[in-house]
Design a binder for this molecule. Structure first.
Ligand code: URA
Length: 482
């Protein structure tokens, strides 16, 4: 640092950033420069690989502020936007940030002027960085490879290739660690690479597309999934291209289907209309809208019975979503999920595991009670695969709004509702599966199944149920900490 008394009024400064996304470094230097009253046009901010000879020669040292330097004025809004804007690839971004910081000292309300060019530019940078981060969250596709050097070990490593527009990779590492904490993965990009081994994050150098694998069997699943959720009635090609630019298609196995699906969309739509099966046009955007829609739903015969739809309940931002099969007799009458005998048993076990039901979103994969009338009694009947698959639309819509990090599916119907296929509870329990949105699915038995057992069989199943819930509780705690 240059001592305050030796600062010359005409000195020009060249500040070299160690990393293109090092906002902390910029902030520290910028504060010192403002406190030393160095105007924006006497500073060149240079990122790695950038040209530092803007001024011919400049002082590479930062002046140290005098002891009586005034406090820095800065608005919260500026700091929020500046952190993001610093990740933009515009070489002028650090100069813009400094100019605005400088201007804050004379006018603490500079950010409120929406017509100001600097403010508008900052907002633009922030917006495109957020958009790039969103694309990274949405379009990174991992391909599985076997861990290097441990051939045949079955130790799986997931590798993805991604080309960001801006310096967002490091800033988004935490998102992928939280989402895929239990996997070993690498994200390779032309800027840097990230490697997570399940415990620690390591950074590596820039990579090339050819360093990443280009396909694996899981891609068939992606393609099938995409084709199954593709709704020709909702196709808006312009909007789709805006949201999912062609640039990302090559990394996304499902994108190979897009031209074909688009071409076939009109045909499929008219076939669906003819068959009376044009099912659900737009996903409801609120839980209240889902609630309203399920009451009117007659897409399968269960809705035609004398019953009421039962909506899920719980906080809209719940980290945990608990999914059952369908409402029972008492749920149908009260309009609330899991309040009858199965719900009461569930409550006992949740409490034992330390899971607060009030913080979970509790719902069912089928929204209406399916039963047969026997005298005055209505006897529960399990929904069949077709009914579950039809009704999945609603629980998927709830998932899209609540966005739980972890889903607990209880019983085979709930598991099918989450996965779209039948799985064995015995085989599936205990090991989480990653769903297409990055959330974790845990599968366990249904509490009604426990109620039907007694003696040793019941004790054994209750122990297994407790173990599943304890694992879920632990996983939730880890997710909350990360
Ligand atoms: N069983 C379920 O699966 N859900 C309920 O809401 C009640 C019983």
């Amino acid at each position: 640092m240059i001592p305050a008394q030796r600062i010359r009024a005409d000195t020009r400064y060249v500040i070299q950033l160690p990393e293109p996304d090092d906002f902390g470094f910029w902030r520290e230097r910028a504060r010192a420069l403002v406190q030393c009253d160095v105007p924006p046009d006497r500073i060149a901010w240079v990122e790695p690989g950038g040209s530092g000879d803007l001024f011919g020669r400049g002082d590479l040292r930062v002046p140290s502020p005098p002891a009586d330097a005034p406090q820095i004025r800065v608005s919260r809004r500026f700091l929020q936007l500046a952190k993001n804007a610093a990740l933009h690839s515009d070489p002028e971004r650090f100069a813009l940030l400094y100019r605005l910081l400088w201007r804050h000292q004379a006018n603490g309300r500079v950010m409120e002027d929406k017509a100001d060019n600097d403010v508008r530019r900052l907002e633009d940078l922030d917006r495109s960085v957020r958009r790039d981060s969103h694309k990274m969250h949405a379009f990174v596709r991992f391909r599985v490879v076997e861990d290097e050097g441990v051939e045949g070990s079955g130790d799986e490593h997931y590798v993805a290739w991604f080309e960001p527009d801006h310096h967002i990779v490091r800033a988004n590492a935490g998102f992928f660690v939280r989402r895929f904490a239990n996997m070993k993965w690498s994200i390779l990009t032309p800027r840097l690479s990230l490697h997570w081994d399940g415990e620690t994050m390591r950074e590596g150098p820039a990579a090339e597309r050819g360093d990443a694998p280009s396909g694996d069997p899981a891609e068939d699943l992606w393609r099938k999934y995409y084709a199954s959720i593709f709704n020709p009635a909702r196709l808006k090609v312009g909007a789709m291209l805006k949201e999912m630019p062609r640039k990302y298609w090559k990394n996304m196995p499902e994108a190979a289907l897009i031209p074909e699906l688009v071409a076939g969309a009109q045909q499929r739509e008219s076939t669906m209309v003819d068959a009376g099966t044009l099912e659900f046009e737009e996903r409801p955007e609120t839980l209240a809208a889902i609630d309203k829609a399920i009451h009117a739903c007659r897409k399968c015969p269960i809705g035609e019975l004398d019953n009421h739809a039962v909506m899920g309940e719980g906080p809209q931002d719940a980290a945990l979503m608990i999914v059952g099969e369908q409402p029972g007799d008492q749920e149908d009458q009260s309009g609330r999920p899991f309040i009858g005998p199965a719900g009461q048993l569930l409550d006992v076990h949740l409490e034992r595991a330390g899971i607060d039901r009030g913080k979970a979103y509790v719902t069912n994969t089928v929204k209406h009670f399916k039963y047969v009338q026997r005298g005055k009694r209505r006897l529960h009947q399990s929904p069949n695969a077709k009914e579950i698959d039809t009704c999945r639309w609603w629980v998927e819509s709830e998932r899209a709004i609540v966005q739980p990090k972890l889903l607990l599916a209880m019983g085979a119907s709930a598991a099918r509702g989450m996965l779209g296929k039948t799985v064995s509870i015995t085989k599936a329990r205990g090991t989480p599966q990653m769903l297409e949105d990055g959330s974790e699915l845990w599968i366990t038995a249904h509490p009604s199944y426990l109620l039907r057992l007694d003696g040793e069989a019941r004790e054994k199943q209750e122990r297994l149920f407790d173990a599943d819930l304890a694992a879920v509780a632990q996983r939730l705690a880890e997710m909350a900490d990360s």
